[in-house]
Write a new protein. Sequence first.
Lengths: 685, 166
Amino acid sequence: MDIFGSFSLLLALIAAGYAIVAGILAIRTRNPLLTKSSRHAGIAVFCLVTLTVACLEYLFFTDNFSMAYVAEHSNRDLPGFYKFAALWAGQEGSLLFWSWLLSIYAFFALFLNRRKHPELMPYVGVVLACVQLFFLTLNNFVASPFQVLGHAGAGGAFTVVSQADGHGLTPLLQYSEMVIHPPMLYLGYTGFSVPFAFAMAALLGRYPGEKWIHITRRWTMIAWVFQTLGVLLGAHWAYAVLGWGGYWAWDPVENASLLPWITGTAFLHSVMMQEKRGMMKVWNVWLVFTTFMLCILGTLLTRSGIVSSIHAFAQSSIGTWFVSFLAVTFIACALAYWKNRDYLRSDNQLDSLVSRESSFLFNNLILLAACFAVLWGTLFPVLSEWVQGTKISVGPPFFNKVNVPIALFLILLTGVGPLLAWRKTSLDGLRRNFLWPLAGGLVAGLIAFVAGFRLIYPLICLILSVFVVLTIVAEFWRGARVIAARSGVNLLAATGQLTMRNTRRYGGYVVHFGMVLIFIGIAGSAFNRDVQQEMPPGAHMKLGPYDIVSQNFDQIQTPNYQAERATLEVFRDGKSKMILYPERRFFLASQITQTLVGIQSTPLRDIYLVYDGRSPETNRPVIHGYLNPLVKCIWFGGLVVVLGTILALIPSRQAVMVLSQATELAPASAGGPVPHPVGAIHGKH
Amino acid sequence: MASIRATGSRILLAIIVCAYAVAPVAVAQRSDRATELGKRINCMCAGCADSAGLCNHPGASFSGPCDVAKNELKEVDERVARGDSDDLILQSFIQEYGTEVVIVPEAKGFNRWMWLMPIVFSIVGIFVVRAILKSWRLRAAHVKAHPAGVSPELLARARHEIGPDE
């Protein structure tokens, strides 16, 4: 099966190469048969890479420990769920997984558009095939997952050696979220290849109008929502599994996942300028180019270990390949832009500074400032070592200090931007839209200040968050009220109708609301508390208003691991509130220890208890307790963001005003019932 | 109008510079000066990516602070008790362990650019955005001065058919 898998991987590489050649010939000769052939080759890449992945999974599930990758990341007692996830546990499998997800996107992009946009799709196919070619080259020749364990015997013959059992999956990955987190993140990274391909295709093919923006908008949103999910799941995994009480450490690999998310967010906003006003064409093209290149950079940072990180699997030579690909991509983008820049000329006009156009520009500026700050801080140690010859580290204080003011500006614009009109907003409009939300925000800030919350940044965050939420509520209220008055339905039904009439707009508001919740949750970290102490049975720990009592420590034995579990009872005002069971597991196959945190989560705060193990000095159990306010807002906010994006992806229902003559009995009067016509709104897709 | 714009730009610039000068967000729940200093120096055990004050080893037999972190914190305690200033303590750690020991390097020499570049980027970005907005407004003024041959009635009808803005 390993030979079959390697062979199908090689065939996929050949098919990708053919797709490029046939695609270029199709563009030059305008031969529809060549276009079709190139498209079929692209689809064949998907089939062949899927076959390869199936072969590797077969090797995992049949415990074939003659394969180096299987022996490294699996073992006989590993549950099936994790055997499946072991595909992306190491570098070789991760890169194959990248290729597979990319081929899935390419398949759908080619298949769904097989009868549409005949001038554009050949270019799209070629660009996607080029990206696939790079990753398939790595899969075949640099990081093959089908390497066999063995050694050269007497006479030079290679002897295959099969181990009795594998090393098992890293315990830190034996957690359901870690099964989902990499696929989500990779779906984000690979997904941005599609808008990149369409942008490049539109530029190279000088495709008229803003059509390519319309085509790629949904692809971009899908990639963006996967990237969002990937980032949040990773943060939740760090919080729930690593046991250090936090969810974001500004680790280089964490930063690498955030960078394309930021520029992708900027792109999703600025495309509206191009759609509505035909403006910012050059900006949008370079934004999508940058987003794609940041995805490659992210993969480079993760795979190469160029900036040391707890995530990086190992220092390897693969970094050189990624740097080269990044350089080639940049050159290709620059050349394509230079040759076709006149096609991007647009009729930019602005009637007023107080307009949605200005707010989008500032929104993009702020997002790019955040992206630059994170990228700069991540790469500065490498730059410093290159320039000064000395190693330095850039830790969370830098990123927090720089990004917090930027984030606050962003929250402000989140509230201001959507309420400004295109072209020009009148003073009356400004007053109408902003006065009460601003007043509400300031009142909330005043209440918090009087209640004792004096930290400046969380206070500003609160004011701005309340302001944004009120602007969103006002938007829904204004529209729903009109529909309710016209059609006689209740406010809730009217809100539903309003939303479905313009899912993109109102889905966007829901996403903004989710982002505000996330920012509120992050602001709560300014009030975190923690205590660490020895806690033998009967010992007490004071954690804010809670009293933690150590009840018991017991041993657990399973085929996969041994564990020691703490039983900790949480009291408040003398009453028992809950019992938490933080645990330490020692995995037998990999000989690695993992902590399982005891968390009790409410919207207002998390009680987070970690069993650190036994003190090396006294052999007594040590418990680290954290009281983390508002963390649940982050996860709930993330869910709202995802739901809002899904809503925005649903096609809007266009309202058709149908004036129907209907007889309705009016309230009794002297003349009896009076028929009158009513206007009804009927939805149609 | 021009002076209002200029004043607005200056205020915005001042806000950006002040925003970066304000103290960090994270509040110190522990009042112990040594613990706070411990969060400014890296644990040099090469097994975690944490500060000495927050050292955490999730996969180790003991997840809490390792011996290296404990020794670093003990050293900080001793120096604080001796009356050394924060800067002096950090400098002594740099001399002992190298520049990598501090979580965030001092803003001196080339390392100054670590802090300056985000501010420079933001300021340059504001000027770029300002230039773009100015060019857009000039073009709009030009179009107004040389309108296309469209009657007001046709324009009004077109606006009505386009419908409300999103």
